[in-house]
Write a protein that binds this ligand. Structure first.
Ligand SMILES: C[S@@+](CC[C@H](N)C(=O)[O-])C[C@H]1O[C@@H](n2cnc3c(N)ncnc32)[C@H](O)[C@@H]1O
Length: 242
């Protein structure tokens, strides 16, 4: 289990432009989601990917859930202006505490490893929330040397954490990402520099999902690694068998 110090309830998280549409890009071409289907995004942030998914899948109803009410307020403000608002809904809740019915597809981008709970509890609920033959598509950090080293650095940062260190981290981020992210977006990410992921993508996880949770592994693809301060992630697709 993780021990992550971030209280997501009080934070907002806007996805950078280069991340938008990456789940929609994976699901858009899938014929099994072309019809009237229900999709859930767990940890939807301010909701941009929910809109991308609704656009890529013109008959789908897409729900985004996020523990931060600030994120959901921003998402709902965007929804009220959006043409496809009737096919999109946002819920402010801890995913583990909410019953939103069953879905044909559950997606989650860079969230499952932040939830401070064991894999069996999380994936047990995900499988319960999926219809039979439903798809699970998620990105989490890879189990790899690069990420272990980054976790080592983050453990040191956590021991030294202070307002001054937060300001120094922001100063470095502004120099590294000048032009591709606003100061506000970089501020949102300072907290994440102290997070130790509690789940990693590995062969062991695949085996666990297949044997314990009745999920069939369809594919895993590495995602572009755009900042050395972030863990390397992969996006994986599973199908519920029963
Ligand atoms: C790293 S951000 C990713 C946001 C978005 N998926 C993206 O890729 O831009 C993680 C998100 O998960 C949300 N989150 C963390 N724990 C959660 C939980 N237990 N239930 C629902 N959302 C959660 C946070 O509020 C945050 O918006």
């Amino acid at each position: 289990m993780g021990s992550n110090p971030v209280d997501f309830k009080g934070l907002t998280f806007v996805a950078p432009a280069d991340r938008l549409g990456r789940f929609a890009g994976v699901l858009g071409p899938r014929r099994d989601l072309l019809g009237d289907c229900r999709i859930l995004e767990v940890g939807c942030g301010t909701g941009q990917e929910v809109f991308e998914l609704a656009q890529a899948l013109p008959a789908a109803h897409v729900v985004g859930v996020d523990i931060s009410s600030g994120n959901i307020e921003i998402a709902n403000a965007a929804r009220s202006q959006a043409e496809l608002r009737d096919r999109v809904a946002f819920i402010s809740a801890d995913y583990m505490d909410v019953n939103l019915g069953r879905f044909d597809c559950i997606v989650s981008d860079s969230t499952f490893h932040l939830m401070n709970l064991d894999s069996d509890s999380l994936f047990g609920k995900v499988v319960e929330d999926l219809n039979s033959c439903g798809l699970l598509v998620f990105s989490i950090p890879d189990a790899c040397l690069y990420n272990w080293s980054l976790v080592g650095v983050r453990r040191c940062l956590r021991m030294l954490r202070s307002n001054l260190l937060d300001r120094f981290v922001l100063w470095i981020a502004m120099r590294l990402h000048h032009g591709d992210m606003s100061q506000e977006m970089l501020k949102q990410r300072v907290q994440y520099m102290y997070v130790i992921p509690d789940k990693y993508f590995s062969k062991r996880l695949v085996k666990r999902l297949e044997t314990t949770h009745g999920l069939q592994h369809l594919s895993t693809t590495p995602l572009p690694h755009t900042s050395f301060a972030q863990p390397k992630h992969s996006i994986s697709i599973f199908r519920k068998l029963r």
